[in-house]
Design a protein around this ligand. Structure first.
Ligand code: CA
Length: 221
């Protein structure tokens, strides 16, 4: 059995060279985001955006829910991939960063498929549950404040249909999950979330050592 590769910058460059399907809109949005404070850390990697689009296409999702819009890069990737007539509902606490995204979404021709909900995500998710009902969503991407991951997951679990997919970002959190000196709220919350998920028998899971750790969760049928 081959052990897992340690990915250094050269291999990551190689992966991008042989697999990234990039374009001007994506590139410009990444560049504008990288200029923002914490932009580089909060932006999903280009290959991760492409991976999310692949998953949305693979699952044939029509109803996609994103928790954490930021500058809308992952939103754009997923909106391009939703099935015909599909929508991406994306939640963020403030309109400050999603506002940057609007122009890129328009240029990409997907603005009509995207529904931005500004406010506390816990409240937004509760409202979606009331309005649309349990099991009304095909695909959820969670990439927001880490201390609320477990609560977002509980809401996402109710909203996603049996057989649907929940994707969670940053589950290895810069490798801090295994650093015992890292006791900040975010790292502790991610560790608790990962441990909770391991024991949740209602779902099938896989933790991918990809980007900053991406966990795939399938609600059992
Ligand atoms: Ca992230």
């Amino acid at each position: 059995m081959a052990d897992n590769l340690v990915l250094g910058p050269e291999l990551i460059s190689y992966i991008r060279e042989v697999s990234l399907r990039d374009d001007e809109i994506l590139r410009e949005l990444r560049e504008e985001t990288a200029e923002l404070p914490a932009g580089k850390a909060m932006q999903v990697a280009a290959e991760e955006g492409q991976f999310l689009a692949l998953l949305v296409g693979l699952t044939g999702a029509r109803s996609v829910l994103e928790i954490g819009t930021f500058t809308g890069y992952s939103t754009l990737c997923m909106a391009r991939a939703v099935a015909s007539g599909g929508t991406v509902v994306t939640c963020d606490i403030s309109n400050k960063w999603p506002m940057i995204a609007a122009d890129y979404w328009k240029r990409a021709g997907v603005a009509e498929r995207i529904d931005v909900r500004i406010g506390d995500a816990t409240e937004t998710l509760a409202k979606i549950l009331t309005d649309q009902g349990a099991g009304s969503v095909d695909f959820v991407f969670i990439d927001a404040d880490k201390v609320n991951y477990s609560s977002y997951y509980s809401a996402a679990f109710q909203l996603v249909r049996p057989g649907g997919l929940i994707v969670v970002d940053n589950t290895l959190f810069f490798g801090r999950v295994i650093d015992q000196d890292a006791q900040d709220r975010d790292t502790v919350a991610i560790r608790e979330f990962n441990a909770m998920l391991r024991d949740d028998e209602r779902v099938d899971i896989s933790v991918l050592p990809f980007a900053d750790g991406v966990t795939l969760i399938r609600k059992k049928s």
